[in-house]
Design a binder for this molecule. Structure first.
Ligand SMILES: [Zn+2]
Length: 335
C-alpha cells in the first residue's frame, strides 16, 4: 500500500485516454462514482463482471455493452410453430420451456474522431423487467462520457433499443449538436403503428406505442433521417432492412479488409436453425423472415462477424450455412 489514492485514478485515465481493450479495469464503483442514483434501479454498485466486450474491425473500435437480460415467455421465439416443436427445441438447447432469458446488447463504435452509440437498452419504462436497464451506468463504468458522443444510430424504435435515452437525466448529458440517425420509415411508422401481426405479452404493445411516441417527441430536433442507407462515419454504414419494423436497420462496419454487422433484431438465437420461425415482436413476420434469411446468407458468404441485440452476450460470432438453414459459430473470447 505504498501508493494509495493516486493509483486507481491513473488507471481510469489510461482507460479513457487509450484504445479500448479487454484487460482488467478498475472497480465499477470507482468509475461510476458520478452516475446518477436514478440509473441504479436499486442494484448494488459493484458488479462481478464488467458486462462489456471490446472487438476491433480494422481501425474501428467496437464495444458491446450489455443492458442486462429480458425475461420473456418462451412462445415469443416462434409463434407460428407447434408448441410441442418449440418446447423440444428449447429442451434441446437446455433452456426453460416457460421463460426465455434474452440478452440485450447495445454497441459503442469509434471511427475517426466520432463516437457512435448504436441503440440504448430498455431504460426504466417497463418495471416488470428489472434485470435490464443498465446501459447508462455500464457506459459510465466503461469511461464513455455522454458529452463525447457525436452520433447515435437506432436500429428501430422498440423500447428495448431506445429506452435508455428516455431515462431521467440522460438527455441533459448529451451534446446539443448530437446527430441521431434513424430510417425515415421508422419515424413515420410510430406516428400510427400497426400491431395487427405481432404476438407480444400483455402490456407490451401499449408500452411500445408510448415509448416510441415519447422518443419522437423528445428527440425530434436531433433526428437525421435517411431513406435506405447512410454513412455515419468512415466505414460505418446504416442500412434499412424493414421487416421487424418498417424502418428496422442494420449497421455495417468495414475497415482494412475486416467486416462486422450489427443486426439489431433481424436475427435471434433460434433464427440460425429456424429462420422461418416468427418472433413475437415482428410487425411484418413474413418480411422479417425474408430479411433474416438474406442477411444470414450474405454473412455466411462473405465470412464477416455478426453481433446482434438479443444473441447471448457478447454475441460476436460467425454464420455458417447448414443444409437449408444456418449454424451459429461463436467467436473465440479475446481477453
Ligand atoms: Zn429488441
Amino acid at each position: 500500500m505504498s501508493q494509495p489514492a493516486t493509483k486507481p485514478r491513473k488507471a481510469v485515465d489510461e482507460e479513457t485516454s487509450t484504445g479500448w481493450d479487454n484487460t482488467p479495469h478498475p472497480p465499477v464503483k470507482h468509475c461510476a462514482a458520478k452516475v446518477d442514483e436514478r440509473y441504479m434501479h436499486g442494484r448494488p454498485e459493484h458488479e462481478l463482471v464488467p458486462s462489456r466486450y471490446v472487438h476491433r474491425v480494422g481501425k474501428i473500435d467496437v464495444m458491446v455493452v450489455s443492458d442486462g437480460v429480458l425475461s420473456l415467455p418462451g412462445a415469443m421465439l416462434g409463434h407460428n410453430v407447434d408448441p410441442a416443436v418449440r418446447a423440444a427445441w428449447l429442451e434441446d438447447q437446455f433452456l426453460s420451456p416457460d421463460v426465455l432469458e434474452w440478452a440485450l446488447n447495445a454497441v459503442v463504435v469509434r471511427s475517426g474522431d466520432q463516437t457512435i452509440l448504436i441503440d440504448a437498452g430498455i431504460g426504466g419504462e417497463f418495471p416488470d423487467l428489472p434485470r435490464a436497464g443498465q446501459w447508462a451506468q455500464r457506459l459510465a463504468a466503461a469511461g464513455i462520457d455522454p458529452a463525447s458522443v457525436t452520433d447515435v444510430v437506432l436500429t428501430h424504435l422498440h423500447m428495448d433499443h431506445v429506452g435508455g435515452l428516455l431515462v431521467d437525466g440522460v438527455k441533459e448529458q448529451l451534446r446539443p449538436d448530437l446527430r441521431i440517425h434513424l430510417a425515415a420509415a421508422e419515424a413515420e411508422f410510430w406516428e400510427s403503428p400497426d400491431f395487427s401481426r405481432v404476438s407480444m405479452p400483455p402490456g407490451f404493445p401499449d408500452a411500445l406505442r408510448r415509448t416510441g411516441k415519447r422518443f419522437l417527441k423528445e428527440y425530434h430536433g436531433l433526428l437525421r433521417t435517411f431513406e435506405n442507407e447512410h454513412e455515419v462515419a468512415p466505414g460505418v454504414m446504416v442500412q434499412r432492412t424493414g421487416g421487424h419494423t418498417p424502418g428496422h436497420s442494420v449497421v455495417r462496419l468495414a475497415s482494412g479488409g475486416d467486416r462486422m454487422t450489427f443486426a439489431g433484431d433481424a436475427v435471434f438465437q433460434v433464427g440460425f436453425e429456424h429462420p422461418d420461425w416468427f418472433n413475437g415482436f415482428e410487425h411484418d413476420p413474413q418480411e422479417a423472415a425474408r430479411v433474416r434469411v438474406s442477411l444470414l446468407r450474405e454473412l455466411a458468404a462473405n465470412r464477416e462477424s455478426l453481433v446482434a441485440t438479443h444473441l447471448s452476450f457478447p454475441s460476436v460470432c460467425h454464420v455458417a450455412v447448414e443444409g437449408d438453414a444456418f449454424r451459429w459459430v461463436p467467436g473465440p473470447w479475446e481477453y
